[in-house]
Design a protein around this ligand. Structure first.
Ligand code: URA
Length: 204
């Protein structure tokens, strides 16, 4: 039998999905996280962006991409010519996974396991069905692999347009904004990130 609330209700009503996800025990991450961080944005969004999982600040705020990675993402979307009003933002995994530093104070991000990504995937499917965007943008390997399969490599296929007929959507994967923040040459990494977003938009 399934854990409580592990499967989304059969609905495209985002408020109902969000309410149901708040009780999800589909994997163990709910135990230590503050709350479920569901996607946000207009239901008529033409573009859906998928990150990895909420970070420390997102876990506290209950909203995706409100921390440092989110600020970089906002700036990059502006620069790439996107209208933020048309974008729905979510994550492949909807609870923050972390470990404590040695002093037990800071919460350090841990990459979610394949099992956790798969456990959370029905929620991503439900959001995708509800939003039905024209364009799906994956930020980083965890997000891309969630829907494109474990063999997908960002390094090989970033910026390529990939048709996903089962969801009637075009997908493009690029790096995660946190990877841009950590890059040795941050400026170059940022420009390449913006270029991928421009290509995703179908621009030049
Ligand atoms: N990183 C992510 O992948 N998602 C967030 O919501 C924040 C940081």
């Amino acid at each position: 039998t399934k854990a409580p609330g592990a499967a989304p209700p059969d609905t495209t009503d985002l408020d109902r999905l969000r309410a149901a996800a708040s009780d999800c025990h589909g994997c163990d991450l709910y135990r230590d996280a503050t709350q479920t961080v569901f996607g946000e944005g207009p239901r008529q969004a033409e573009i859906m962006v998928v990150g990895e999982q909420p970070g420390d600040q997102e876990d506290r705020a209950g909203a995706p991409f409100v921390g440092p990675a989110g600020r970089l993402l906002d700036r990059a979307f502006d620069e790439a010519g996107f209208d933020r009003q048309k974008i729905y933002v979510t994550n492949a995994v909807k609870h923050f996974k972390f470990k404590r530093d040695e002093r037990g104070k800071r919460r350090i991000h841990k990459t979610p396991s394949r099992t956790e990504v798969v456990a959370c995937r029905p929620w991503l499917h439900a959001e995708l069905t509800a939003i039905h965007p024209e364009l799906l943008i994956f930020l980083g390997a965890t997000a891309a692999k969630a829907l494109l399969g474990d063999d997908f490599r960002i390094t090989r296929s970033r910026g390529e347009r990939i048709e996903l007929p089962e969801f009637d959507v075009t997908a493009v994967a690029t790096v995660h904004p946190s990877a841009v923040l950590r890059a040795p040459d941050r400026d170059e990494a940022y420009q390449a990130f913006v270029a991928d977003l421009v290509a995703a938009r179908g621009g030049r």
